[in-house]
Design a protein around this ligand. Structure first.
Ligand code: I3P
Length: 106
């Protein structure tokens, strides 16, 4: 699965809030157990990462609906074993479910 999502990083380690906390449009690609970030589909094809970000390994990740986040709709949460936590906003419920399914089964 791939597509544009709005992303916010909440935590950068266990007990440590992320310093950069704004929402950003990021082109996301889930493939072979990892989640890569790109500026757009063209960059994804070229393999040019968004701000040099290394793809996230999804092996020990938890992905679920962000029921505790009320400011936006269709938001899901990704938590990594190292404490990093991200929120992603999809365009609707169906898209959100597809992402959660893809990330969880990846
Ligand atoms: C952040 C930005 C985010 C906001 C976050 C702010 O400021 O306004 O939208 O999260 O609040 O810190 P900046 O753009 O200056 O980085 P929400 O949209 O979830 O409110 P937070 O620090 O309470 O997460």
């Amino acid at each position: 699965i791939e597509g544009l999502l709005c992303r916010k990083q909440e935590m950068e380690a266990h007990g440590k809030k992320a310093a950069s906390r704004s929402w950003q449009n990021v082109y996301c690609v889930v493939r072979k157990g990892s989640l890569g970030f790109y500026k757009d589909s063209k960059s994804a094809i070229s393999g040019i990462p968004y701000h040099g970000e290394v793809p996230i390994g999804l092996a020990d990740a938890t992905c679920e609906v962000a029921n505790d986040y009320k400011k936006r709709k269709h938001v899901f949460k990704l938590q990594l074993s190292d404490g990093k936590e991200y929120l992603f906003q999809a365009k609707d419920e169906a898209e959100m479910s597809s992402w959660i399914q893809a990330v969880t089964s990846s």
